[in-house]
Every structure is written in structure tokens, then in C-alpha cells.
Design a protein around this ligand. Structure first.
Ligand code: FES
Ligand code: FE2
Length: 446
């Protein structure tokens, strides 16, 4: 293990070459520490959705990298993201996962804070030195440097300077639009609890997996075979059928991934996989009675032409580097929490489309059970692979990992990014490492 400061800019740059990266980027604790400081300590990081803090005083615990913070709506309706640390002697003030409060009170000596983080009351306020000022914003539950929302999705950055949130998201704002525009009432809300899972592996592996079109055929072989044996009429309600069809789709041959699916990559490490699913068989099935009701509700609010435009956007997973992945068609959102170089936790949230039939939300939950649930026959295989990556790297074999597929065939994209000639290109991984290198070799922020 090396001290973080030992890595020079040149050494970091030398860890990323054309089409390959050094394995230490996944295994060295010193690299991980630098990532927390230079990536998570700088980038816009997703911290929650406005529907989770609808009313004044609503709050929830959130994180930026490993740092605990609180996302809260103040009494004036404004959203704040504040460090979860008492200004007295450092206790983590907010301990409940979420709730509603008129003030935050530290459990140790009772200092209280307004819900925007300012100190409200200091008990025994006598005898402090002349320089002590409880109104000083640095003597508070200190605010994150910047907070901004895009269509209800709240991000925070610990860096005072940098691109605006919309500059940071760039063309990927259109994926958030796709998520929200699908709601007939133009609004979505987090519902149905949190799916949580952990794995023994580096945080970067998760985002790499979610747009990886070359892995399902192998990793998910057992669930593909089980689903292929399942009779079409095995389920009385549609939600089990969705799960089976999803698993069968994972068994599509290379020829399918190389002809009908795309991968797009954009500045700052973001990317999305173009939808590969057969909409005639999934929730968007035009003949499905629930989906027909949904289309009718959307058309009643948005008109036929706008409804057509909304539904023709067919994206699968969108990754917003470094900590977010979401899927607009089934209204899933996953937040990546790095714990250590070889340990990661992922929280998955489900969204209800306001104004859509309730069965749409049931389908969302059903889909989450398959893709994000710890009892899922799909997700568990991915988790096993992450663990085996660590085990494989510990054997001390090949030092460099190959991420070069598609290098010579990738194409420019009209919106300032690039895309694979088809979905099996690893362009989105190279794109994440371009962003990684940019963050890691910029001067550290205090
Ligand atoms: S540490 Fe919070 S009041 Fe003392
Ligand atoms: Fe997978």
C-alpha cells in the first residue's frame, strides 16, 4: 500500500493507456483515497430527489463519497445539503435515515441547528473566547459548496468552482427528461422503499457493468436458460412475465447486440445504452391493456404527437459519472456508494409516474426485484463476478486490463460525444477513464 501523496500526476497518467488501464486502479487503497478526494470531492454527485423532501423540515441522510451529509428542505422551501457534523465536538447530528424536523439537535451536548444548518442555540453560552461566533457559517452544520437540481434530481458538489450542473450533465439532461416526461402529470416521485445491495469490489465496476452489452450471454446464462424453459402462460399477472422476458432478452446472440443496440458516451464520463428490449413484449407492449390505459392518460395530458415523441425515446441504462445510474423505461435509479477500494454499496430507488395506472408502478417494483433485488437470479450473478474480479487480480497475472474493443470503429456523436459502432464497444469505459484521468490529475481541492 502506498500513501496517496506518493502518486504523481505522471504516474496517474501512466496508469491509463490507449485501450487499457492498469489493474491498480481497482485494487490500490491509495488510488481509492485519491478518488474520494479528487473525484467525489469535486464532481456533481447525486444526493436525492425532491419528492423525498416534499415538505418543509423533510430530511434524509445522504452521502458524497464516504462523507455523510443531510439533504433537507428548510422552512422557506429551499433545499440544502449540509455536512452531518456538529460544530461543537464533531458528533454526527442526524441519525435517522429520514424524517421531518423543526430543528436538528445534537445528542451529545444539545447544540441545535436550523434546518438550513445554521446554529440555532448553544447551551451554556458563556465563557467562550472573543472570536467565537455561533453565527459564523463555518461554525454550523456546514453547507456543501454547491447544490442544484435538474427536473427534481438534486446534486451537490463540494467544490466551490466548476461547471454548472447543466454543463456537467450536458446531453444527458435528455435522459432525465425522458424519465420525467413519461409521467402523464409531468411529475415523478420516489416510492416503494429502497433496494440495497453490497458487493466485494471496486465502485467503478458497477457503472461499467450496467452498460456492458457483451456480458449477459455469459454471466446470466443460468437465468437465461431457466427463463427459456418457462412457459409463456405461467403467470396470471403481468409482473412475473416481465421478469421472465427480461431474462430471456439477456440471451440475445452477439448478432443482436451488434446490429440493433447502441452505446453513447459523453463528456465528464457519462453514457447510455440504447434500449435493446423488444417493446412489443415488455411493459411498453402496445397491446398490453395497462400500457394502453397509460398511453391514453399520457395523450389526454400531452396530446398524441407529444406522446409519440416521448415514447419513442428508448434508452436502457444511463450512467451519470461518478455515482448514478438510472433507467427511464422502468423508472429505476441506483446510487453507488463507495466504501473502500474493494467494497461498494448500491441503493436502488423506484419512481411512480404521476397520472399513470398503478399497475405501471407494480411493474417497476417487479422489474427492480429482478434487476436490483438481492434475491434476484440476475443481479446475484453480477455480484459474484465483481468478487471474482478481485480474486482474479490478486493472482498477480496480467498487469493491464483491456478496454480497447471498438477503439478503431467508434464514431463521433452529433451532441459532442462519441458512440460505439454498436453496443459491444467499450467506448463508455474508456470515456469514464478519460473523465477519471481529468479529475485525478487536476490539483486537489482543499
Ligand atoms: S458534540 Fe454536538 S453538542 Fe457537543
Ligand atoms: Fe449483468
Amino acid at each position: 500500500m502506498r500513501e496517496a501523496s506518493v502518486y504523481t500526476e505522471d504516474e496517474l497518467s501512466a496508469s491509463v493507456e490507449e485501450g487499457r488501464v492498469h489493474r491498480r486502479l481497482y485494487t490500490d487503497p491509495a488510488i481509492f483515497e485519491l478518488e474520494m478526494e479528487r473525484i467525489f470531492g469535486v464532481a456533481w454527485v447525486y444526493v436525492g430527489h425532491e419528492s423525498q423532501i416534499r415538505n418543509p423540515g423533510d430530511y434524509l441522510q445522504t452521502q458524497i463519497g464516504r462523507k455523510p451529509l443531510v439533504l433537507v428542505r428548510h422552512s422557506d422551501g429551499k433545499i440544502h445539503v449540509i455536512h452531518n457534523q456538529c460544530a461543537h465536538r464533531g458528533v454526527k447530528v442526524v441519525n435517522a435515515e429520514q424524517g421531518n424536523a423543526g430543528e436538528f439537535r445534537c445528542c451529545y451536548h444539545g447544540w441545535t441547528y436550523h434546518t438550513d444548518g445554521r446554529i440555532k442555540n448553544v447551551p451554556l453560552q458563556n465563557g467562550y473566547p472573543a472570536g467565537f461566533d455561533p453565527q459564523d457559517p463555518r461554525t454550523a452544520m456546514v453547507a456543501a459548496a454547491r447544490v442544484a437540481s435538474y427536473r427534481g434530481f438534486v446534486f451537490a458538489s463540494l467544490a466551490a468552482d466548476g461547471p454548472s450542473l447543466t454543463e456537467f450533465l450536458g446531453h444527458l439532461t435528455t435522459s432525465f427528461d425522458d424519465m420525467v416526461d413519461r409521467a402523464p402529470d409531468g411529475e415523478i416521485e420516489v416510492a416503494g422503499g429502497i433496494f440495497k445491495h453490497a458487493y466485494d469490489g471496486n465502485w467503478k465496476l458497477y457503472l461499467e457493468n450496467l452498460c456492458d452489452a457483451a456480458h449477459p450471454l455469459f454471466v446470466h446464462q443460468s437465468s437465461i436458460e431457466a427463463a427459456q424453459k418457462q412457459a409463456d402462460d405461467s403467470f396470471s399477472d403481468g409482473s412475473g412475465e416481465i421478469a421472465v422476458r427480461q431474462m430471456r432478452q439477456n440471451g440475445a446472440p452477439y448478432s443482436f447486440w451488434e446490429s440493433q443496440v447502441g452505446i453513447w458516451a459523453y463528456p465528464n464520463g457519462h453514457s447510455y445504452l440504447g434500449d435493446y428490449h423488444d417493446d412489443a413484449k415488455l411493459v411498453a407492449a402496445l397491446q398490453d391493456p395497462v400500457f394502453r390505459d397509460y398511453i391514453a392518460a399520457l395523450e389526454a395530458k400531452q396530446g398524441r404527437e407529444r406522446t409519440r415523441q416521448i415514447l419513442e425515446v428508448r434508452r436502457w441504462n444511463t450512467n451519470v459519472y461518478p455515482n448514478l445510474s438510472f433507467m427511464s423505461q422502468f423508472q429505476q435509479l441506483r446510487v453507488v456508494h463507495p466504501i473502500s477500494v474493494d467494497r461498494t454499496v448500491v441503493y436502488t430507488y423506484n419512481f411512480r409516474l404521476k397520472g399513470a395506472p398503478e399497475q405501471m408502478f407494480r411493474n417497476t417494483i417487479s422489474f427492480a426485484n429482478i434487476v436490483n433485488g438481492t434475491g434476484s437470479p440476475v443481479l446475484t450473478d453480477d455480484l459474484a463476478v465483481y468478487g471474482r474480479i478481485g480474486a482474479g487480480m490478486s493472482s498477480g497475472g496480467a498487469e493491464w486490463l483491456q478496454i480497447g474493443r471498438g477503439t478503431t470503429t467508434d464514431l463521433p456523436d452529433a451532441h459532442g460525444g462519441r458512440r460505439g459502432i454498436n453496443s459491444t464497444s467499450e467506448v463508455y469505459i474508456r470515456n469514464m477513464f478519460d473523465a477519471w484521468l481529468g479529475y485525478m490529475t487536476r490539483p486537489a481541492v482543499a
